[in-house]
Design a protein around this ligand. Structure first.
Ligand SMILES: Nc1ncnc2c1ncn2[C@@H]1O[C@H](COP(=O)(O)OP(=O)(O)O)[C@@H](O)[C@H]1O
Ligand SMILES: [Mg+2]
Length: 263
């Protein structure tokens, strides 16, 4: 039986879909069989981030309605055999899309895959419940901004009410230059506030804006190292997180950070 992971957050736009796509690719690079499921109904970003939107023939609504078999709705990645996406739908009367229908799809997938990764919608309503109830582990994604951390705290409290085997924390979009100058909360500050050790710390990196599925691309950048460390931590239980202040240590590093702040 594969592991069922949900990436969630209170606040939208903190990087859940980006994490799902890139951790899915990274776990596949580590040799695991992975399926990513888009539970963000109506917004269906995961297939877009994975560059699969033109390949969608059937989606999860067709599976729920019995219009196709689950296998037919899965799209395999062109670069990574064994990595699949189950796309969400644009418009749908959600009556059939109950938490128990969704959970049974996830449980079926978990039989054939090492990891089932669920991209949760923002907020804490029915969509959140549907995604979390189907999972066995949850990773709360936050950025180092107070509104996101406050929402992450609320979500962590809610997650404690579900029978999850693990609740992890991913701190995304950390700016090492701002951290050394005291202009941004550190990963340690956030970890203390949320009373949770981070499973991963990911730097803010413009290369993600250009290529959201950054792990797929042959490019040397710090965000790829951080994402790979996060995937290894998830896969092996290790807790080595990326230090986003690496480039800004010492006198020269602080000078670099100050120059960056000026321009
Ligand atoms: N580490 C990062 N560095 C820079 N941009 C990022 C990073 N993580 C996410 N983003 C950007 O933030 C935006 C929101 O990300 P997304 O994954 O769609 O968030 P969510 O799914 O939580 O709404 C996207 O434009 C994405 O490219
Ligand atoms: Mg999203």
């Amino acid at each position: 039986m594969g592991r069922k992971l949900v990436f969630t957050s209170g606040k939208g736009g903190v990087g859940k879909t980006t994490m799902c796509a890139n951790i899915g690719i990274a776990l596949s690079m580590l040799g695991h069989k992975v399926v990513m499921v888009d539970a963000d109904i109506g917004l269906n970003n995961l297939d877009v981030v994975m560059c699969m939107e033109n390949k969608v023939t059937y989606d999860i609504a067709d599976v729920v309605d019995g219009k196709c078999r689950l296998k037919q709705a899965l799209i395999e990645d062109v670069d990574f055999p064994g990595l699949f996406v189950l796309p969400s739908f644009h418009n749908y009367d959600t009556a059939n899309f109950t938490a128990s229908n969704f959970k049974s799809i996830i449980d079926t997938l978990a039989v054939g895959f090492d990891f089932v990764i669920i991209d949760c919608p923002a907020g804490i309503d029915a969509g959140f419940h549907r995604a979390v109830v189907a999972a066995s582990e949850a990773y709360v994604v936050t950025t180092p901004h107070i509104s996101a951390v406050r929402d992450a705290d609320k979500v962590m409290a809610l997650l404690n009410g579900y029978p999850l085997v693990n609740i992890g924390l991913v701190i995304n979009r950390v700016r090492g230059d701002m951290v050394v100058l005291g202009d941004m909360m550190t990963a340690g500050d956030i970890s203390r506030l949320l009373r949770c050790t981070p499973t991963g710390v990911v730097p803010d990196d413009d290369s993600i804006t250009v290529k959201s599925d950054i792990m797929r691309h042959k490019l040397e950048c710090e965000v790829k190292q951080a994402l790979m460390m996060l995937a290894e931590n998830i896969s092996s239980g290790k807790r080595t997180v990326y230090d986003c202040t690496n480039d800004y240590r010492g006198v020269f590093g602080r000078w670099k950070a100050k120059v960056k702040k000026l321009f």
